[in-house]
Design a protein around this ligand. Structure first.
Ligand code: 3HC
Length: 697
C-alpha cells in the first residue's frame, strides 16, 4: 500500500489514516490507498470494524482538483464510495478540520460519522462550477431531506458540525483525541451489535414527499436566473434522488458532473481558485524577516481610511487613527461607531466585541501618536503635495523600520517615498472602498522596496483577509490600468455611434457587475477630467482622444455624488437613469468631429471591451507591473466585478484563443491605431502554441 493511506489495527479496529498534506485532497494515490486498506480490513479476521480519518490538519477537503480535466486514474471516487458503503464490516468516518466536497462524500459513504466539535462540513463544488460527483447529491438528501441538503450544495458554504443543519449527517460530536474516540465509538457499535448502515438504504430524508417536492420547486425558481449551470444541475440531481433508484440516481449525477466539469465555467472557476493562492506567493516572502505588526496607524478618516480601520480592528490590531482636526476626528470615529452599532443591531457582531474594538482605536490629531506604530497606511485625498507632506511628517515620528504605505492611485510611490529617510520601507496599496469589504489588495512594490517591508504588509493584508496581489514598479495599478483600457474602448464606441447605456447593458449582460460608464459615475469624473487636462498641458497625447467626459464635466456632470454624470440620480432612480441630455451632448460632439454614427451590436461591444483589457493585461505583463496573467484575473474578478465564472479577462482570452483576440485588436485599428496595437506577446504565444496560462507557471 502507498504511504498516502496508513493502515493500523488497534483493538480490533482497522484505522485508515489519509496522509496527503496539506488538505488530504482525494487524489489517485489516496483513492488507491483507501481501496487497498478497505479490502485488507475486510479480509483480516482480526478486524471487526474500520475507521477512516485524515492525518494532520483535516479530513479530506475535497477531490484533488488538479486532476479535473484529465481522465481520472482508477479507482474513481464514486466507485470507491460505493465500495466503502458495501463493506460488510461497519465503517466509521472520523471528521476534523474541513470535510468538504469529495471528502464529505467519502464520509457520507461510511456507515457512521463522528466529528470533532470544531469540524466543518460542506459542498463547495458549486463555487467551482460543478456539483458533488461522488454520490453527494444522492446520499445527503437521504439523510437530511431536500431543503437542507440543497442549501448546503447551492450556497457552497461549509457549516460547523454543531449547527442543527449538520445534525442529520453526524452521529456524535467528540471532544477528546479523535482517533481514540473513533476506536471507542466503533467498539461501542460492535458491543451494541450494530453493523453496517448504508446511507443508500436510508429513507429518512424522503419522509415527507410533499415537503421534498416543494423544496425542489422553490430552489428551481431561485436558480433559474443564475448564469452558472451547476446550480440547476444540482437541483435536478437532488430531485432524481427521490424519483430514481439509488444506482440510477448515481448515474444521473455522474452524467451531470461530467458535463459540468468539462465546461468552460468550471475551468474558469478552478483557474480563479488556484490564481488566488498563486497571487499571495510573493517572491519577497522567501527568507524575509518582516517586522511583527501589533499597532497599525491610519492617516485620514474618510471612507478609505475608515474601511481600513474597520478591517484592522476585525483582525484585532491596535489602531491609531490620525485626522487633521478635532471635528473631523469626531466625525470619523462617530461613523465607525455607528457602523459597528449597526453590525450589533443586525446580529452580526456581539456587543462586547464592538466595545473591545472601539477601545482598540486611538483617535488623534497629532502625528506624534504614531511613535509606536509598526505600519502606517496613509489614506488622505489623492493629491501629491498633500501625500508628500504626510510622509514628511511621518518620517519624523515613526519608529525605525516601520513600514509606510500610501494609497495613491495616480502618483509615483517612489517620489512620495523620497520624503522619508528610508524609501525602502515605503510601499503602495491599491484597495477599493470600503476597504473592509474588499477581497483583493494590490501591493505596489517600487524597485527600492525592501523584502522585509513587503513581507510585513503582505502579512497584515493576510490577517485582514485580503488576497494580496504584487504590482511591480512605482506608478501603476493593475485594476486601474485595465479599467482605463476598457473605458477608452467604450468611449471610442460611444463616439462612433453607440450610447453609454448600451455599452453598460452589454457589459452587464457579459456578466460584469457594472458597465464602464456606471463605474465612472460611481467613482466620480472630476479626477479623470483634471488628469486629462494636466496631460493635455504637457502636450497632445498620442492616439485618438474622446472628449465626451470633458463635455460632461464642463456641464457640471461629475458623476453619482453630484447627482448626474452619464446617468441622472435622484430619489426616484437612485441607481441612475438614462438622460436624453447626455445623448444630445454626445451627438453634438460626434457632429463637431464629422463622425457618422454607426450602430454597434452588444456582441461587438463585449468583444472590444474584452480585447482592450486583454491587450492592456499583456502590456502590464511586458512592463513587469503584473507578475503573471492570473494575478490580473484575480484583481479583475475581486476588485472590478469581472464575472468569476469567466475566470478573469486573461482566462477568458485563453478560452476564446489569444490569436482570435489578436485578430480582433488588429481589426479595430482603424478606430485608433495607437490604442489598438497588439502586444508582441500574442505572436510569441502563437508561435509556441500556447495561451496566457503558460505564463502562470
Ligand atoms: N485540490 C487540490 N489542491 C487543493 C485543494 C483541492 N481540493 N484544496 C486545497 N488545495 C491546495 C491549495 O491549492 C493550496 O495549495 P498551495 O499551498 O500549493 O497553494 C493548499 O492546498 C492549501 O490550501 P489553502 O491555501 O486554501 O489553505 P487554507 O487553510 O486557507 O484553506 C481549505 C483550506 C478551506 C480546505 C481550502 O483549501 C479550500 O476551500 N479548498 C477547496 C475545497 C473544495 O472546493 N473542495 C471540493 C473540491 S471538488 C470535489 O471534491 C468534487 C467531488 O464532488 C467529486
Amino acid at each position: 500500500m502507498g504511504e498516502t493511506v496508513g493502515y493500523e489495527v488497534k483493538e480490533g479496529i482497522a484505522v485508515l489514516a489519509i496522509r496527503n498534506p496539506p488538505v488530504n485532497a482525494v487524489g489517485a494515490d489516496v483513492r488507491k490507498g483507501l481501496a487497498e486498506g478497505l479490502r485488507r480490513g475486510i479480509a483480516d479476521p482480526q478486524v471487526a470494524a474500520i475507521v477512516i480519518l485524515g492525518a494532520g490538519r483535516t479530513f479530506p477537503a475535497g477531490s484533488d482538483m488538479r486532476e479535473f480535466g484529465e481522465t481520472p486514474a482508477d479507482p474513481w471516487l464514486p466507485g470507491l464510495c460505493n465500495e466503502i458503503e458495501a463493506c460488510p464490516k461497519p465503517v466509521v468516518a472520523a471528521i476534523h478540520g474541513t470535510a468538504l466536497g469529495g471528502g464529505f462524500e467519502l464520509a457520507l459513504s461510511a456507515h457512521y460519522r463522528i466529528a470533532s466539535e470544531r469540524a466543518r462540513i460542506g459542498f463547495p463544488e458549486v463555487t467551482l462550477g460543478i456539483l458533488p460527483g461522488a454520490g453527494g447529491t444522492q446520499r445527503a438528501p437521504r439523510l437530511a431531506g431536500a431543503a437542507d441538503s440543497l442549501d448546503l450544495m447551492l450556497s457552497g458554504r461549509p457549516i460547523g458540525v454543531t449547527r442543527k443543519e449538520a445534525a442529520p449527517y453526524i452521529d456524535q460530536i467528540v471532544h477528546g483525541d479523535l482517533e481514540t474516540e473513533a476506536i471507542a465509538f466503533a467498539r461501542g457499535l460492535l458491543a451494541q451489535g450494530k453493523g453496517p448502515r448504508p446511507t443508500r438504504d436510508c429513507r429518512k430524508g424522503f419522509d415527507d414527499p410533499a415537503a421534498y417536492q416543494r423544496a425542489i420547486t422553490l430552489r428551481k425558481e431561485v436558480v433559474a436566473d443564475r448564469p452558472d449551470r451547476a446550480p440547476g444541475e444540482i437541483v435536478k440531481c437532488v430531485e432524481a434522488a427521490e424519483l430514481l433508484s439509488f444506482d440510477m440516481g448515481m448515474a444521473f449525477e455522474r452524467a451531470a458532473f461530467e458535463d459540468c466539469v468539462r465546461s468552460d465555467q468550471a475551468a474558469s472557476l478552478r483557474h480563479v481558485f488556484f490564481a488566488e493562492r498563486r497571487a499571495a506567493k510573493f517572491p519577497e516572502l522567501d527568507g524575509a524577516r518582516p517586522r511583527r505588526v501589533a499597532q497599525v496607524g491610519i492617516v485620514g478618516g474618510g471612507t478609505a481610511g475608515r474601511g481600513l480601520v474597520l478591517a484592522c480592528l476585525e483582525a484585532e490590531f491596535d489602531v491609531v487613527l490620525i485626522e487633521r482636526n478635532g471635528p473631523a476626528l469626531r466625525d470619523s470615529l462617530g461613523k465607525i461607531n455607528a457602523y459597528l452599532d449597526r453590525q450589533v443591531a443586525q446580529g452580526r457582531l456581539r456587543g462586547q466585541l464592538r466595545d473591545e474594538r472601539m477601545m482598540r482605536i486611538h483617535g488623534k490629531t497629532d502625528f506624534v501618536a504614531l511613535s509606536e506604530a509598526d505600519l502606517v497606511i496613509e489614506a488622505v485625498a489623492d493629491d501629491l503635495r498633500e501625500k508628500e507632506q504626510v510622509f514628511y511628517q511621518l518620517d519624523a515620528v515613526v519608529p525605525e523600520g516601520a513600514v509606510l504605505v500610501t494609497t495613491t492611485m495616480r502618483h509615483d510611490v517612489s517620489r512620495i517615498a523620497k520624503q522619508t529617510g528610508d524609501p525602502g520601507s515605503v510601499l503602495g496599496l491599491g484597495i477599493g472602498t470600503p476597504a473592509h469589504l474588499q477581497r483583493v489588495a494590490e501591493v505596489i512594490v517600487p524597485s527600492e522596496a525592501s523584502a522585509d517591508a513587503v513581507a510585513a504588509l503582505v502579512g497584515v493584508l493576510r490577517q485582514i483577509r485580503k488576497i494580496p496581489v504584487r504590482v511591480g514598479g512605482a506608478t501603476a495599478h493593475i485594476g486601474r490600468a485595465m479599467a482605463d483600457a476598457c473605458r477608452h474602448a467604450a468611449e471610442l464606441m460611444v463616439e462612433d455611434g453607440t450610447t453609454p447605456y448600451l455599452v453598460d447593458e452589454a457589459m452587464r449582460a457579459y456578466g460584469m457587475a457594472m458597465g464602464p460608464f456606471e463605474r465612472l459615475d460611481r467613482d466620480g469624473l472630476r479626477e479623470d477630467w483634471a488628469l486629462r487636462r494636466a496631460m493635455a498641458e504637457r502636450g497632445a497625447p498620442e492616439g485618438r482622444q474622446v472628449a465626451i467626459l470633458d463635455r460632461l464635466c464642463e456641464a457640471g456632470r461629475f458623476g453619482k455624488a453630484a447627482g448626474k454624470g452619464y446617468y441622472i440620480y435622484d430619489s426616484e432612480s437612485p441607481q441612475g437613469r438614462k438622460d436624453p441630455e447626455v445623448i444630445a451632448l454626445i451627438r453634438a460632439e460626434r457632429e463637431s468631429k464629422g463622425i457618422q454614427a454607426q450602430g454597434i451590436s452588444a456582441d461587438e461591444i463585449q468583444r472590444r471591451c474584452l480585447a482592450a483589457m486583454v491587450n492592456e493585461g499583456a502590456r502590464l505583463l511586458r512592463l513587469g507591473v503584473a507578475r503573471c496573467p492570473s494575478d490580473i484575473d484575480v484583481v479583475m474578478v475581486h476588485g472590478y466585478g469581472f464575472p468569476r465564472w469567466r475566470g478573469g479577462p486573461m482566462k477568458a482570452a485563453d478560452l476564446i484563443g489569444p490569436r482570435i483576440i489578436q485578430r480582433d485588436i488588429e481589426s479595430f485599428a482603424a478606430q485608433d491605431g495607437v490604442f489598438w496595437s497588439p502586444e508582441p506577446v500574442f505572436d510569441s504565444l502563437f508561435k509556441a502554441g500556447q495561451g496566457f496560462d503558460a505564463l502562470n507557471a
